[in-house]
Design a binder for this molecule. Structure first.
Ligand code: HXC
Length: 518
């Protein structure tokens, strides 16, 4: 081919056209909103020069009915393809808001389906970079059908390949359901929002004035609804977060997570674990400090940090191997289990189990949160989800009881009886049917009624209960836990214990699927 000839020039022209799409003006507008262009986002996501685009030249199928403007652009408002992140193949679709508001027409939908199918076939994760006005109004039912087909593929891929949604602009209407079906949702503060019905409809139907941010901004979804697992200040950091998250995952459910060399040998501060739990059982401490002292240096990556912070979940590494951590947080609501923390823990456990990530549980929980609100909102069925998730998970599962393991919470939080492989306890552990105050109120009701100083007597009974009943040695002697350990030995014990479980195999009864109490 003559590189000065017509054929090659025509080829270069076309490439230039799809790169710029609707021209620099639209990209400038996008930048002015604090947003990047679809291709700039892809460049940030992948290892240098590793992105290979597919279907760059396809054209839109939106009919020109004279209703609404149609952009004559290549690609139909979405960039798709594959690239490498830390050397591993990942598929991507990145919606281009500069083409008809990134709205989803039939060709746009087919392109997304194409990478969904390829990712599933190849066994590679898929990342969706979402910035879209939703169903393309001009295409009507063709667009709705596109969404439904995408949802179906999300569900087919669930538990087979990791799926991540990154909301970098609008995600409105039914368009929110693809992200909701994926494993993790990232959002960028101030520039992204998700809602089923927008502020105009809210005003019309309920006569309530709300802003986009109040209704479905990043903070709202991170703190209140729990829809967003990660939020960041800007797009660069959001995309860095996606890359970090993927580093903990295998490419698919048949592989194991990759090994990452720990930063340094970790012996120096480990003694601090002995003094981290206060002698006073009512005093809080930060379980994240315990996590940091146990895991490989700087390896803890928290998931859903802002939602239900009375439970802490996240990915980390022990001697280079990925683990998922579920830890009660005594610093917040005494680490109590309530509806939201049960949901958060259950979903996290199910992800870990789908992708061969062993689970470490750090337990310090006074029980389930009592009260009308929790009971009426269904703590029974929601708490059961956590129990179900732990019990059905077949990955290696180890618990360390740091302090309180009372009542149903002892059973739920990965006790050996619900399938936990090893259960260790620190000498500070309190294991019993209920906390001392509750127990002595029931057992010594009459004595306390007749006492001259019931408060003092109750304190004495509670201290005796704590010493005689709620200690870890009874559970150890009777074989309900494996060992009471020195807190400073925790890291080494866990590394050894997880090593023994590397070839763990559990036979499952034949069934279509269990019926988790949704
Ligand atoms: C076609 C659309 C579009 C859409 C935006 N555009 N949304 N074109 N179909 N759904 C076009 C606009 O006409 C405009 O074209 C360009 O994209 C940029 O949009 P602006 O409104 O100028 O941008 P902005 O002010 O930033 O507002 C963004 C927005 C707004 C908030 C997303 O465009 C909007 O409200 N769009 C509609 C959102 C929506 O209700 N979608 C349907 C949801 S229902 P020009 O030519 O001016 O550049 C749904 C059903 C799915 O999705 C069901 C699945 C089960």
């Amino acid at each position: 081919m003559d590189i000065n000839g017509k054929i090659y020039k025509d080829f270069l022209n076309r490439i230039e056209r799809f790169q710029v799409q609707n021209g620099p003006e639209k990209i400038k507008k996008q930048h002015a909103k604090g947003k990047l262009h679809a291709r700039e986002r892809i460049a940030l996501l992948f290892d240098k020069d590793s992105f290979e685009e597919l279907d760059a030249f396809v054209t839109s199928a939106t009919p020109d009915t004279g209703f609404g403007r149609i952009d004559e652009a290549f690609g139909d408002g979405v960039v798709i393809g594959h690239g490498r992140i830390n050397g591993r193949i990942v598929y991507v679709y990145s919606q281009d808001f500069t083409v008809m508001g990134g709205s989803l027409g039939s060709v746009h939908a087919k392109k997304i389906m194409k990478v969904q199918e390829l990712a599933l076939r190849v066994g590679a994760p898929i990342v969706g970079l979402i910035d879209s006005g939703g169903a393309r109004i001009q295409e009507g039912v063709a667009s709705l059908s596109g969404y439904a087909s995408i949802f179906h593929r999300n569900i087919q891929s669930s538990g087979v390949i990791p799926q991540i949604s990154v909301i970098l602009g609008p995600a409105a209407g039914g368009a929110v359901y693809s992200p909701a079906l994926t494993d993790f949702v990232f959002m960028t503060k101030n520039t992204s929002y998700m809602f089923v019905t927008g502020p105009d409809v809210v005003k019309e139907v309920l006569n309530e004035e709300v802003t986009f941010d109040e209704l479905g901004g990043a903070e709202v979804h991170a703190r209140k609804s729990g829809v967003a697992n990660f939020i960041y200040e800007d797009e660069e950091n959001t995309i860095l977060g996606v890359k970090k998250l993927l580093s903990f995952f295998p490419s698919n459910n048949l592989e194991n997570p990759p090994f990452v060399e720990p930063k340094s040998k970790k012996e120096k501060n480990i003694d601090k674990l002995r003094s981290i739990v206060p002698d006073d059982p009512n005093k809080p401490y930060d379980v994240k400090k315990v996590i940091d002292l146990i895991v490989d240096q700087d390896s803890f990556f928290e998931v859903s940090e802002q939602y239900a912070p009375n439970i802490v979940v996240g990915f980390s590494r022990l001697n280079g191997k990925a683990i998922g951590i579920v830890a009660n947080q005594p610093k917040i609501l005494a680490g109590v289990l309530d509806i939201n923390s049960s949901l958060k823990g259950a979903r996290f456990i199910r992800f870990c189990d789908s992708f061969n990530i062993p689970i470490l549980t750090l337990e310090d929980v006074p029980g389930f949160l009592p009260g009308l609100d929790q009971e009426h909102s269904g703590i029974i069925k929601h708490g059961a989800k956590l129990l179900f998730a732990y019990s059905e998970a077949t990955v290696p599962k180890i618990t360390v009881i740091l302090r309180k393991a009372y009542g149903g919470a002892f059973c739920v939080m990965n006790s050996r009886n619900v399938g936990g492989d090893y259960s260790f306890a620190w000498p500070t552990a309190e294991i019993a049917v209920m906390g001392p105050e509750g127990a002595v109120s029931i057992l010594y009701k009459r004595e306390l009624q007749d006492a001259e100083d019931p408060k003092k007597l109750k304190k004495e009974f509670a201290a005796k209960y704590r010493q005689d009943i709620a200690n870890p040695y009874i559970a150890d002697e009777k074989g309900y836990i494996d060992e009471v350990i020195d807190p400073a030995d925790t890291r080494n014990k866990l590394i050894t214990a997880f090593k023994t479980l590397e070839n763990k195999h559990v036979d499952q009864p034949a069934r279509k699927h269990g019926n988790i109490p949704l």
